[in-house]
Design a protein around this ligand. Structure first.
Ligand SMILES: *Cc1c(COP(=O)(O)O)cnc(C)c1O
Length: 424
């Protein structure tokens, strides 16, 4: 029999980040000492009070179907979060609880976009956006942002890609992979165009709570309240509360959209896991200390990574203001030959770092930006030190990093009190 899959599934590739993660785990299983700077999830345990809430939900028998849009208490807690943290007022029927932030994005695109539509994605972008736009039947349209401009979309760049078919725009701040943050002036500059062309905006706010250097998080409806009616905020508990495996996300949208998403979920997943919803409720309403502790550890690690990267001359790293990634430009290596291998692009850089240093990173090519690689600092200080030391020794032999003098290391570790092992 001539077996054929649907055309739809041929449009997309598996997530490169998840693929790499599987490869690294396999290499580790063979006993290789891989330092994994490719990961995209916090390495902390989910805080104890959140786990306890899930255990209690099981004991209490909270194990049946819930409403498709999620339990009312949790939707109310999400409204409270938006009101307190963002000064945005939503009613519970404008909130949908989903099986992770990724699912919130997917469902939003399914109800907003279809064949004939164009959706603008600023690059570098998170690998999932183009795949989800394609799965909706629409066409992703990429618009380059510049390193010199902090990888932020400008009105001129946006205008250059708008056509009569443009239906939506995706904004992700802080960004995966660049760690860059939109401030109010960036968003205010985009607002008139978005309004004039009546675009739907998907605001992926998943890294809202990981912002550094006293910078302030803002999203489009906070800056341009009249655009709240054309914005869907996609969010979740994965990154803030170290809850990636629980699969709880949420969205806030005009009622037209939230009701459509709830209808879709009713025919698709029925509801997000009942006990995970109780855990997410505990997360949103519980003590904030564990979250602050994780934020502080990420801030320390970010400083450590930036200090270490200064010693690697062939990398040029814009200073990220959020999330847990750095995105060094590695294009100064292109055209060179390292250990007999000619370096042509970001794939070659990531590949040689994995082969020669046993350090896993993600090539920028998958994020639509072939001049950089993504390093994650959602891992222990020991791994960060070890990984960057190996890269430094390999790329800059003869530099201070490769010398026996550990002065650079002391400097990188900085004046902060040591002893934090990064666990909770
Ligand atoms: C991690 C991530 C998400 C959502 O993750 P979930 O685990 O599905 O909640 C969404 N957007 C970006 C940019 C991410 O990095």
């Amino acid at each position: 029999m001539d077996q054929k899959l649907a055309e739809r599934i041929t449009y997309i590739k598996p997530s490169p980040t998840l693929t790499l993660d599987a490869e690294v785990k396999a290499m580790k299983a063979q006993g290789r000492q891989i330092v994994n700077l490719g990961v995209g999830e916090p390495d902390f345990q989910t805080p104890e009070y959140i786990k306890e809430a899930a255990i209690k939900a099981i004991r209490d028998g909270f194990t049946r179907y819930t409403p498709s849009e999620g339990i009312l208490e949790l939707r109310e807690a999400v409204c409270e979060k938006f009101s307190l943290e963002n000064n945005l007022e939503y009613l519970p029927d404008q909130i949908v609880i989903t099986c992770g932030g990724k699912h919130a994005l997917y469902n939003t695109m399914q109800v907003l976009f279809g064949p004939g539509d164009e959706v603008i994605i600023p690059s570098p972008y998170w690998v999932t956006y183009p795949a989800q736009v394609l799965l909706s039947g629409a066409r992703p349209v990429f618009v380059d942002t510049l390193k010199e401009e902090g990888f932020v979309l400008t009105p001129e760049a946006l205008a250059s890609k708008i056509t009569p078919k443009t239906k939506g725009l995706i904004i992700n701040s802080p960004s995966n992979p660049t760690g860059m943050l939109y401030d109010s002036s960036h968003l205010a500059a985009l607002a008139p165009l978005i309004k004039r062309h009546n675009l739907w905006v998907i605001s992926d706010d998943i890294y809202e709570n990981l912002v550094y250097d006293g910078k302030e998080f803002v999203n489009l409806p906070m800056v341009a309240p009249d655009l709240k009616e054309q914005t869907v905020i996609c969010h979740g508990v994965s990154k803030t509360y170290s809850m990636t495996g629980w699969r709880i996300g949420f969205l806030a949208a005009p009622k037209l959209v939230s009701e459509a998403v709830a209808k879709m979920q009713s025919q698709m997943t029925s509801n997000p896991t009942s006990i995970a919803q109780k855990a997410a409720l505990a997360a949103l309403t519980g003590p904030k200390e564990p979250v602050v502790r994780m934020q502080n550890i990420f801030a320390q690690r970010r400083q450590l990574v930036l200090n270490l990267l200064e010693g690697i001359e062939s990398f040029s790293t814009p200073i990220p203001q959020g999330a847990f990634y750095v995105f060094p430009d590695v294009s100064s290596l292109f055209g060179k030959t390292l250990h007999g291998q000619k370096i042509r692009n970001s794939d070659d850089v990531a590949s040689i770092l994995l082969k020669e240093c046993e350090v896993a990173t993600i090539p920028g090519s998958g994020f639509g930006y072939d001049r950089a690689i993504r390093l994650s600092y959602a891992t222990s200080e020991k791994e960060i030190l070890d990984g960057l030391e190996r890269i430094g020794n390999f790329l800059s032999p003869g530099s201070q990093m490769a010398s026996q003098d550990r002065g650079w290391l002391k400097k990188a570790l900085g004046p902060q009190p040591r002893g934090s092992k990064g666990g909770l």
